[in-house]
Ligand binder design. Structure first.
Ligand code: SF4
Length: 317
């Protein structure tokens, strides 16, 4: 049997995270470190590596100031306007690495609110990107939701019974940039059922970013070509766990691993084509280690190279 490694066409750091790492690494200075507010990336090894290059992490601008940092940075997820104001009021230099594709959603949310829409952000309410989008919308008429039960109304327009709370007349929805398009479509379908009655208007803006869409399509393709899939990423990386989960949903045995040594020998019994993908916070060298290990087990090197991003080329907006 010919044993082959197949790489997902898109995996690992997305364009926005690579861009943010590039900016922050260039700004790093051991003499005058910069503190990012929150981790640039959820990967303990990279956070440690950055620390040695003069890039530290703080929970808030206040904490960074207390520890004597003169420079703070916003991560690729972005933040509400209060963060920049806080830094300015404390006389700190601010480095903004917000992904331009996140900035687009922040501005769109603002615009929709100004046009009179109630803004729904499809995403995780605790996630910094979602919190930033809501903060920029500068209104109490905005909510984050992943299911219609998370919304502040509980029945369709015109169908409210006693105790029922109907949606407002104009509702717009945007998505967290990293969400799954099929799940987003399911959500907006249910939302439309509630809003688009009795004169209601709904505006659906798919703001899942292009790198995320390409990544989801790459996983579908990988599942078609592979007998099993390895999703590489830290144990705490929920998006890596999700990659393995989606792989399994396509009927392909899929495993979430942090390092090559975790590959159990029976996982590869009878596996000819082994697919390799990685979460958004997995460094390229960790992926390369797994590929090398598979080669020692008799798998042929992948036919394709890992994608080389040109940071100057902004993905489609
Ligand atoms: S918007 Fe897309 S490209 Fe930008 S940081 Fe988020 S996932 Fe990455």
């Amino acid at each position: 049997m010919t044993k082959q490694i197949i790489l997902a066409e898109e995996m690992g750091y997305c364009w926005g995270v690579r861009r943010a790492l590039d900016i922050i690494t260039k700004a790093g200075n051991v003499e005058q470190p910069v503190a990012t507010i929150g981790d640039v990336i959820h990967n303990p090894q990279i956070v440690e590596r950055l620390k040695s290059q003069g890039v530290a992490t703080a929970e808030s601008v206040a904490e960074a100031a207390e520890h004597g940092y003169q420079r703070v940075a916003i991560t690729a997820h972005g933040a509400g306007p209060a963060r920049a104001e806080d830094a300015k009021s404390r006389g700190l230099e601010l480095i903004d690495t917000t992904c331009p594709l996140v900035t687009k959603v922040q501005r769109l949310g603002q615009k929709l609110v100004r046009q009179g829409y109630y803004l729904v952000v499809y995403g995780d309410s605790y996630h910094p990107e979602v919190r930033g989008i809501i903060a920029w919308s500068d209104t109490t008429r905005a909510v984050a939701a992943k299911k219609v039960v998370d919304l502040p109304w509980n029945c369709a327009r015109g169908l409210g019974e006693e105790g029922g709370i109907e949606p407002p007349r104009k509702v717009a929805v945007v998505s967290q940039t990293t969400k799954n398009v099929d799940e987003f479509l399911h959500f907006v379908g249910e939302l439309a059922q509630m809003v688009a009655r009795d004169g209601g208007e709904i505006r659906i803006c798919n703001t899942i970013c292009e790198p995320t869409s390409l990544r989801q399509n790459a996983l579908k393709k990988l599942a078609r070509e592979s007998d099993a899939i390895l999703a590489i990423g830290g144990k705490k990386s929920s998006n890596t766990a999700r990659l393995a989960e989606v792989g399994r949903s396509y009927g392909i045995p899929s495993y979430h691993i942090e390092r090559a040594e975790e590959i159990a020998s029976d996982w590869l019994d009878g596996i000819e084509n082994i697919g390799v993908t990685a979460g958004a916070s997995t460094p390229d060298d960790v992926i390369a280690d797994v590929v090398r290990y598979l080669q020692t087990l008799g798998y042929a090197a992948p036919d394709t190279e890992m994608l080389d991003y040109d940071l100057e080329v902004v993905p489609n907006f």
